[in-house]
Write a new protein. Structure first.
Length: 514
């Protein structure tokens, strides 16, 4: 049986944001032109602007903005008539929140707190039942009700009440902490307020909130569910939260929430298809069945990314190029500091960074401050979006990547296809791609990054040889045509043998703490 329809779920990427995951999505839906795709796109705000024009086989886009909606019944569940919206509000206000929703909500919160050892089948049923509740009841009125607040306050404080010896005095939550955490749930869990279109396969690009429709469809209809890990979301979540301006309670809550949602994604997935074997190190501890993990590497078109000479604009001087959005996971600060290391030996060096500057404006300004501090204004250039990515690699003698977290980055494969060797940090699947075809260095080490750049710029024979071998490796292993065929085979296999819908029993009554 050939798969005819796929619900492709994204979070903060396609078709609203540029980047490697969006490139992957656009290539996949464009290549599988006989499959009807519906996009389920989780974004930050309702005013997000599309950066991609999806091909004709994308039949629709379900846009799920998490933030900034005054009336989710309109902005998220916009398919509803006015009469239906008012009917859901009446149903919510007439009662049932305390007796029907709150027991589910408590069980969900206990799952967030519970960590390892949970019955994930049961907790998937809880998530599904919450989604079911919101098909007939109002989102805002439910979350802002007194019973929900009382339940959240009790469950959020339970660990601090029952195990005070586990927490230092400064780790005790304030009232502001607790109210903020409830507001976060109101926004993060917005996919529970959104219809899940029918499809033969649900495919999420991230084991995060965008995977909720896959869990729901698996339970509701028996729809096969695929999780593709690019970067491992729970790992990147830990990095972002631990470095963020949060209180100890807030950090603990956000990390537990991310862990629980990822565990549910991995548990209910028929197949977890990471883009690199490295991701298994995180997927298995978070509940993925090792027998269901089937890596599918990213691929590119080697007829688009081809070797060539440097253009006149950069000919005659040593140039390092990079392609990356400027935000903390890319650790652009380390890249900048490596330029200072290189300049000490090669004064005429120039770094040319292409990538969006709007992902984290505060971080961009921080990086500009580092450039000014090191007097690198003529050495390190932010050049924004490049209209033709296949050309940007040709501007340099080599490519650099300084990320602290990656999956199997396109920028590495694209540079390799252009016969430009890569110096990159040893994160994610980078070593899998570059071993023998570039230089891998520890993350957050500008000295090591800079020394590797110097080595390649001063050794023309090594640089050119690595570039030639890198191009040959792409031709042998990383063609987009083979990657797409692998997803086609996976879709067809799953569509041919859908599971029966899961028989759901009401969750057992809760035994509440006194």
């Amino acid at each position: 049986m050939s798969c005819r329809s796929v619900l492709l779920c994204t979070e903060g990427t396609y078709p609203f944001v540029e980047g490697g995951v969006s490139t992957w999505c656009h290539q996949l839906v464009g290549a599988l032109h006989d499959v009807d795709f519906t996009l389920y796109a989780v974004t930050g705000t309702a005013d997000a602007t599309r950066r991609f024009d999806p091909p004709e086989n994308v039949r629709g886009v379900v846009h799920v903005p998490l933030w900034g909606s005054d009336e989710p019944a309109v902005d998220v569940a916009g398919h509803l008539s006015f009469a239906r919206i008012q009917g859901r509000k009446r149903a919510t206000r007439s009662g049932g929140v305390e007796d029907e929703f709150v027991p589910l909500f408590r069980r969900f919160l206990q799952g967030v707190e519970g960590g390892e050892g949970l019955d994930l089948e049961e907790h998937g049923a809880v998530l599904h039942a919450m989604w079911r509740w919101f098909t007939d009841h109002d989102w805002k009125d439910t979350w802002r009700s007194a019973p929900v607040w009382r339940a959240f306050r009790e469950e959020a404080l339970a660990a601090y009440r029952d195990r005070p010896e586990d927490f230092l005095p400064h780790e005790q939550p304030s009232l502001y902490d607790v109210t903020t955490a409830l507001r976060w749930l109101y926004y993060f869990m917005m996919p529970l307020n959104t219809p899940v279109p029918e499809a033969e396969v649900v495919h999420t690009t991230i084991a995060a909130f965008a995977g909720i429709p896959g869990i729901v469809a698996k339970i509701e209809r028996g729809t096969p569910f695929v999780v593709t890990d690019h970067g491992v979301w729970v790992r990147e979540r830990y990095i972002a939260v631990s470095a963020g301006p949060f209180t100890p309670f807030a950090k603990r809550f956000l990390m537990n929430l991310g862990s629980h949602i990822s565990r549910l994604n991995y548990h209910f997935a028929d197949v977890v298809s990471p883009v690199t074997n490295f991701n298994r190190k995180w997927e298995i501890p978070y509940g993925a069945d090792p027998d269901r993990i089937e890596p599918i590497y990213n691929g590119i078109d080697p007829a688009t990314f081809v070797p060539g000479p440097k253009p006149p604009a950069t000919e005659g001087r040593p140039v390092v190029v990079a392609a990356a959005r400027v935000f903390p996971l890319k650790d652009v600060e380390t890249m900048i500091r490596s330029a200072a290391v290189v300049r000490e030996t090669i004064p005429e060096i120039q770094y040319r960074l292409y990538g969006a500057l709007d992902a984290d404006p505060e971080y961009v300004e921080h990086c500009r401050g580092v450039i000014a501090e090191l007097a690198l204004e003529e050495t390190f250039l932010f050049l924004g979006h490049h209209h033709n990515p296949a050309e940007l690699y040709l501007e340099g003698d080599l490519c650099v990547l300084s990320s602290i977290s990656e999956a199997f980055p396109y920028t590495v494969l694209e540079a390799m296809a252009c016969a430009r060797p890569v110096v990159a940090t040893d994160v994610g699947g980078v070593r899998e791609a570059l071993e023998g075809f570039g230089i891998v260095v520890p993350p957050r080490d500008p000295e090591a990054l800079g020394r590797a750049v110097i080595r390649l710029l001063e050794d023309d024979q090594l640089r050119l040889e690595l570039g030639r071998h890198a191009r040959a490796e792409v031709l042998a292993k990383y063609r987009i045509s083979e990657s797409v065929r692998a997803y086609r085979r996976l879709y067809d296999r799953l569509a041919a043998a859908p599971s029966p819908a899961v028989e759901i029993e009401s969750p057992a009554p809760l035994e509440l703490a006194a």
